[in-house]
Each structure stands twice: as C-alpha cells, then as structure tokens.
Write a protein that binds this ligand. Structure first.
Ligand code: KIV
Length: 263
C-alpha cells in the first residue's frame, strides 16, 4: 500500500469511499493505527485532555504539539499526518506561518486550525507557501469558553447558515480538508455534498466523507462519553483489534449509527 496523500483522499471522496482518521500522540500507537489502514493520523490538541489531564485543549503549547508530532511521525509508515495548531498559535498570519513551520518540520504533512472566515487570509498564505491546511468548524474545542461548554453547534437556522458559508469560504481560501464537529447530521451531509474538498466528521452523522475519533474514546478509556462515541474494544482481545474494529465499521458504514448522531 502506498503512502496516503491529499490526492488519495480526493479520489476516495469522488469514489464515495469512506476514509478513517484516528488521533495518536506517540510512536507505538502511530504504528498500530497506520497498520489498520486508517488513512489519517491526527496529532490532536486533545492530548491536553487525554494525556495531560486538563479539562480543555487551551493549555496545550506549540512545543507540546511539535514533541508529539515528531514521536508520531518517526513511527508512521503510511498514513497522512495532520498536526493541530494549538490555542492562540495562529492569531496572525505571521504567527501561524512560524508555528506551522515548526509542526511541518516535526514531520506533519498538514496542519489543522479551528475557525472559519477570519482564517481565510491565513489559510491562503500558508497554502501558497506549501503548507496544506485542514480547517475545523462546528464545535471547535478551543472556543469552549465562548460556547459555554461542549455543545452541539449549527442547530439554529442562523448558526447553520454561518457554518455553511464558512465552509465554502475556507475551501475557496485553499483548505484541503475540513473537520466538522458536533453538528446536526443533515447539515453535515449538505456541506459534504456541496464541497469539493473531503470532509471529516466527528459527531456529524454518517454522510461526511470520512470519520475521526479520539483514540482514547474509541478504545473505551475516556471518562466522558458523548453521544457519538462507541467503545470499539467491546468483544476485542487486543488494542489492535479495537482500532481495526473502528476502521472496519467506518468503511462498512456500520459506524456512525443513528444513535451516534445529532439532529
Ligand atoms: O484534537 C482533536 O483530537 C481533534 C478531534 C476531536 C477532531 O481536533
């Protein structure tokens, strides 16, 4: 199997073939996940919660992200690696350029930033200089305090309209991928259908082009269990088996089921 690139994901979207993304933060899990055939590994700033024990992603630094990105990239033979730009590391284009450079030099193939329209110029500048960008809309965890908690987004007509418009804007700015988190499944389906770029969902229903879960959640290790999480260790005797069960369930369309979605 060849290395996964953005062209692979574009082709999978065109062929209506689901792709899979799992978070990883170290070398051991990076290799295990790549071996499942998962197309993408996300070095998520969720590490602030699942590794560092914080109650949000806000304390995570660019140094933390670079350290974990390097560890993941050393052991990954095949998957596309996306690294999260942490809180306040991309408030200006210049700052984003400098911090994205750290993550690309740590081995990432793409960086992810949370936000929409206000990020357009930054996305264009990074892309023009050879740094591919994944955008992230809906429940963007770095804005948890502004949202007043981890709440489903896009339920009112006004919010839905704004997410739709921002999705088009970030595509026009040059983003290669989009993550949609915790939004109603109809809205996510509509956005995925209307965009040319591949869309990855988490708590966004079954009709996005790919699915992502935080590794600790799908392995049943997390204390919080949002509606969209399924424990894939059930009936498995090894971690590799649990990871593979998630990949297989996404590919077959068995996950996410109706009970994992929001309306
Ligand atoms: O940090 C992360 O793990 C993420 C996913 C929840 C998409 O951004």
């Amino acid at each position: 199997m060849g290395k996964i690139t953005i062209s692979t994901l574009d082709k999978m979207k065109a062929a209506d073939e689901k792709f899979v993304c799992i978070t990883a933060y170290d070398a051991t899990f990076s290799r295990l996940i790549s071996d499942t055939g998962a197309e993408i590994i996300l070095v998520g700033d969720s590490l602030g919660m699942v590794l560092q024990g914080h109650d949000s992603t806000i304390p995570v630094t660019i140094a933390d992200m670079a350290y974990h990105t390097e560890s993941v990239c050393r052991a990954n033979p095949r998957s596309l690696v996306i690294a999260d730009m942490p809180f306040m590391s991309y408030t200006t284009t210049e700052q984003a350029m400098e911090n994205a450079t750290h993550l690309m030099q740590a081995g990432a193939h793409m960086v992810k930033m949370e936000g929409g329209a206000w990020l357009s110029d930054t996305i264009s500048s990074l892309v023009e200089r050879g740094i591919p960008v994944c955008a992230h809309l809906g429940l963007t965890p770095q804005s948890v305090n502004a949202f007043g908690g981890f709440k489903v987004q896009g339920r009112t007509p006004k919010e839905a309209k704004s997410i739709r418009a921002e999705a088009v804007e970030i595509q026009d700015a040059g983003a290669s991928l989009l993550v949609l988190e915790c939004i109603p499944s109809n809205l996510a389906a509509d956005i995925s259908k209307n965009l040319d770029i591949p869309v990855i969902g988490i708590g966004a229903g079954r009709d996005t082009d790919g699915q992502v879960l935080v590794m600790h959640d799908l392995l049943g290790l997390s204390t919080h269990t949002p509606r969209f999480v399924q424990n894939f260790m059930a009936g498995q005797s090894s971690v590799a088996g649990g990871l593979q069960a998630f990949v297989d369930a996404v590919k077959s369309g068995a996950y996410p089921a109706e009970e994992h979605t929001y309306s």
